[in-house]
Design a protein around this ligand. Structure first.
Ligand SMILES: Nc1nc(=O)c2c([nH]1)NC[C@@H]1CN(c3ccc(C(=O)N[C@@H](CCC(=O)O)C(=O)O)cc3)C=[N+]21
Length: 281
C-alpha cells in the first residue's frame, strides 16, 4: 500500500509554527511579489501566497509588471525594492512577460532579500553546500522538508530528478546531493531508454516537467518514493506529472493537489520570516 506524503498537512503545521515564531519576534515582515498579471497561473498563485502570508502575519506587496515590460524596466523595479527598508523579501514570480529575461532579474535581487534563493549568490552557496542559513528555492526546499517530516533520508539512495530548471531541477539536485544521495538529472535531451533505465533503479524520483501523466507506473521501481512537482490544469482540475496508477507501485507518493504546492508556499513564508529575522539583527 502506498503511503501519502501529505504536503497539505505538513504545510499547515509549518505555517502554525511560523505564526507562533513571528508573533514572538514582534516583527511584521513584508514580502514583495513581482508578477505578470496576464499569466493565469501567476495570478492564481500570487493570490494563494497573499492569503497564506496574511494568516501567518506577513504582509505582501504585489507589484504587477505591464505587458510591455523589458528586462531593464523590471531591473529598475527590483533596484527600488532592494533599497526599500520596509521590504524584507522579494519574490520574482516566473514567468515574467516575454521580453523579460527571468534569470537576469533573479540575479538582481539583493541576496539578503532573495527569499526564493534564485540569485547567483544563493544558488552558489547551495551548490557549494555552504554551511549556515541562506534562502533556497521554495519548491525543492519544501520537498526536503516533506521528506524529512516522514523520516525519509536520502543518504545513500539513488535519486533521479526529472527537469533542470533554475526554479526546480537544479536546486533539487543540489539539495539531494547535499543530503548524500546519488543524484542523476534527466531532462528533455535524455534519451527515453536512458530515462527508463534510470527510473527503474531510482529509490527517489522527483519530477517537474509540466506534462500530465509523464511518469508511468510501469517506469518506477516497486516501493519507490515518488515526488510529483508537476502542476497542470486538465479540464480545470489540478493534476501532476505522474499517472494515477503509480499509486499501485510506489511506496510513497505526493498527491496533486495537496502535495508539493502547499509546501512551496509555506516554505516561501518560512524563508521570508528568516530573512526578516536576519535583517533585524
Ligand atoms: N519564483 C517563483 N517561485 C515559485 O515558487 C513559483 C514561481 N516563481 N512561479 C510559478 C510556480 C507555481 N507555484 C505554485 C505554488 C503553489 C501551488 C499550490 O499550492 N497548488 C495547489 C493546487 C492549486 C489548485 O488547485 O489549482 C496544490 O498543489 O495543492 C501551485 C503552484 C510556485 N511557483
Amino acid at each position: 500500500m502506498v503511503q501519502i506524503l501529505d504536503g497539505k498537512a505538513v504545510a499547515k503545521a509549518l505555517r502554525e509554527q511560523l505564526t507562533t515564531e513571528l508573533a514572538a519576534s514582534g516583527l511584521k515582515p513584508t514580502l514583495a511579489v513581482v508578477f505578470d498579471p496576464a499569466d493565469d497561473g501567476s495570478r492564481l498563485y500570487v493570490g494563494m501566497k497573499q492569503k497564506a502570508a496574511a494568516k501567518v502575519g506577513i504582509e505582501t506587496r504585489d507589484i504587477a509588471v505591464s505587458a510591455d515590460a523589458t528586462t531593464e524596466s523590471v531591473e529598475k523595479i527590483v533596484a527600488k525594492l532592494n533599497q526599500d527598508a520596509s521590504v524584507s523579501g522579494i519574490l520574482i514570480q516566473a514567468p515574467l512577460p516575454k521580453e523579460v529575461d527571468d534569470a537576469a532579474i533573479f540575479a538582481k535581487v539583493a541576496p539578503e532579500k532573495d527569499v526564493d534563493g534564485l540569485g547567483v549568490t544563493n544558488q552558489g552557496r547551495l551548490f557549494a553546500n555552504e554551511a549556515g542559513n541562506y534562502p533556497v528555492a521554495a519548491t525543492p526546499k519544501g520537498v526536503m522538508t516533506l521528506l524529512n517530516y516522514y523520516d525519509i533520508d536520502p543518504r545513500g539512495k539513488r535519486a533521479v530528478v526529472v527537469g533542470r530548471s533554475q526554479l526546480f531541477g537544479r536546486p533539487m539536485a543540489a539539495l539531494l546531493l547535499n543530503a548524500d544521495a546519488t543524484v542523476t538529472v534527466a531532462h528533455r535531451y535524455t534519451k527515453e531508454e536512458t530515462l527508463n533505465n534510470l527510473l527503474a533503479e531510482a529509490d527517489i524520483i522527483v519530477v517537474g516537467v509540466g506534462i500530465p501523466g509523464f511518469i508511468k507506473a510501469s517506469q518506477i521501481k516497486e516501493g519507490a518514493v515518488v515526488i510529483d512537482v508537476g502542476m497542470n490544469l486538465v479540464d480545470g482540475k489540478a493534476c501532476g506529472d505522474v499517472e494515477a496508477a503509480a499509486a499501485d507501485k510506489a511506496g510513497w507518493l505526493t498527491p496533486v493537489p495537496g502535495g508539493v504546492g502547499p509546501m512551496t508556499i509555506a516554505t516561501l513564508l518560512e524563508s521570508t520570516m528568516e530573512a526578516a529575522l536576519e535583517q533585524a539583527k
